[in-house]
Design a protein around this ligand. Structure first.
Ligand code: 5AD
Ligand code: SF4
Length: 478
């Protein structure tokens, strides 16, 4: 496969693990040395949206004669698509920049560019701080890359961090990097208007805007025709997707978009991420119920189980509202799995309030959660309004408690699946053995099972679950 992952990269998470949107890293490309072509090497950090953006960048660069490589040493251009969500994500990138500095010392002609959220957050500061950076390009400025690269080649140090109210890259056909050829991301909107007080995203990705639906459906159809069998529709808050045809007044909300995409083909599965509890409607749930091929899985981050903390986080819902939304999911989609994001040790959080988060994990029965300790981000509402007053060791202890509980709840959830048979889309060999395949069921649980003659990635199979761990279902093909 052209863009297969580099199997020698130890400890590197795969794009499959990045699909729900937390902080991971992957490098991309082919080991190639096509003569005459220039090569770029790109590393992506952060959420699935960033991974998807790197595929847009690859397309824009391809148009001006740059091919991807996964060998940094043969590249003419090193790009790093960065994340600002927590301090640790930024530290990781800074460490990588030191490696690129060494590379640049050996080959002074090579150009280094910072893309994405850290580029946007730190803007020109990069050029002052990091003398090795030639390009600083924010998430809405990727179309300007050829021009900026041209300037850098002439010795300039180039910056474009303009945010846009319109840019959705709707007409750009992403170059699928590191793809298994079965599952792909489609960006349906950009930016975020939700001002959660802890979050840097509204500052780094700008105002929310939705991509026109026909280009989304066309992209899904194109992927299906190329053999893909699953697409994940991406947005910071997919439930606030809205589009109106300026000429006809025709409208589409997220439920409409889901139905349109599901109609591409019954064998094309649709996933989406991320849902916001304040905006997730019963209309979306009914649309999911009406289409077999819309996966019965909702990533519905609660962040905290306590209403006072939720108010300080500016999440605009309280514990009761969240519980009512979960009850609606249970009523309309009884077999759906729900997962969450959780932050421990937010400003002024008491032990009792932390217990409310734990009891929510227990009550909601999440199949899995991404959990983080609070990391203050400069410029956010919380940084301006509240003291980051929970000691680091308390934040970490609360995080460990939440992780331990989620592990137990996840295991219990998985044990409930023993004996059931699921339709699984085969994605690839399992990470432990080339005698086994892995793939997900509709509920997004990873299933591992021995290979059978004639089966290949992209096929659907019925798998009966025999054993489980807290993260995986183990079964056999029926
Ligand atoms: N500190 C810790 N976690 C954060 N997240 C967002 N901002 C912060 C922060 N400042 C988490 C939220 C979000 C996920 C993508 O990252 O849980 O849903
Ligand atoms: Fe994605 Fe947010 Fe990180 Fe930007 S800051 S890469 S939007 S997770």
């Amino acid at each position: 496969m052209l863009y297969d992952a580099n199997p020698t990269l130890e400890g590197v998470k795969t794009i499959d693990e990045a699909r729900q949107g937390s902080v991971f890293f992957k490098e991309y490309g082919v080991l190639s040395n096509s003569p005459g072509l220039k090569h770029f090497y790109i590393e992506s950090y952060g959420c699935a949206m960033n991974f998807s953006d790197s595929e847009i960048v690859a397309s824009i660069l391809g148009d001006v004669g740059y091919a991807p490589t996964r060998n940094m040493e043969e590249s003419d251009l090193i790009l790093v698509n960065t994340c600002s969500i927590r301090e640790k994500a930024e530290e990781t990138v800074r460490k990588r920049l030191k490696v690129f500095a060494l590379m640049k010392r050996a080959r002074p002609g090579i150009k280094v560019g910072i893309l994405g959220c850290m580029a946007e957050r730190l803007k020109k500061q990069w050029l002052e701080e990091e003398k090795l950076v030639d390009l600083v390009v924010g998430p809405d400025a990727y179309r300007d890359l050829p021009n900026l690269i041209g300037g850098a080649e002439e010795g300039g140090r180039m910056v474009n961090v303009l945010l846009s109210r319109e840019e959705t890259y709707a007409d750009i056909s992403p170059v699928r990097l590191d793809s298994n050829g079965v599952t792909g991301f489609i960006s349906i909107m950009r930016g975020c208007d939700n001002m959660c007080s802890f979050c840097v995203v509204p500052f780094t990705r700008g105002r929310e805007r939705s991509r026109e639906p026909f280009s989304i459906v066309a992209e899904a159809r194109d992927l299906f025709e190329k053999g893909y069998r699953e697409v994940t529709l991406l947005g910071q808050n997919v439930d606030s997707y809205k589009w109106e045809n300026p000429e006809t007044g025709e409208r589409a909300d997220f439920a409409d978009l889901l139905a349109m995409t599901a109609a591409v083909h019954p064998d094309l599965r649709i996933r989406f991420s991320t849902s916001h509890p304040k905006d997730m409607t019963d209309k979306v749930l009914h649309t999911m119920a009406a289409h077999e091929n819309i996966c019965k899985y909702i990533h519905l981050p609660v962040q905290s189980g306590n209403s006072r903390i939720l108010e300080m986080m500016n999440r605009t819902y309280d514990r009761e509202w969240y519980m009512e939304r979960v009850e609606s999911i249970r009523r309309i989609l009884p077999d759906a799995a729900i997962s969450s994001d959780i932050i421990t040790g937010f400003c002024s959080e008491t032990e009792e309030e932390h217990q409310d988060t734990l009891s929510m994990v227990e009550w909601a029965g999440y199949s899995m959660s991404y959990m983080f300790s609070y990391s203050e981000r400069p410029g956010t509402l919380a940084a301006r309004k509240y003291a980051d007053d929970i000691p680091e060791e308390v934040k970490k202890r609360r995080l460990s408690e939440a992780i331990a509980l989620q592990r137990a709840v996840g295991l219990r959830y998985n044990q409930g699946e023993i004996g059931k048979t699921f339709r699984v889309l085969i994605e690839r060999d399992s990470s432990k053995s080339d005698q086994e395949f892995c793939g997900r069921n509709s509920q997004n649980s990873m299933c591992v099972f021995p290979k059978k003659e004639g089966l290949k990635p992209g096929d659907y199979v019925m798998v009966r679950i025999k054993e489980v761990t807290s993260a995986t279902l183990l079964g056999e093909v029926m």
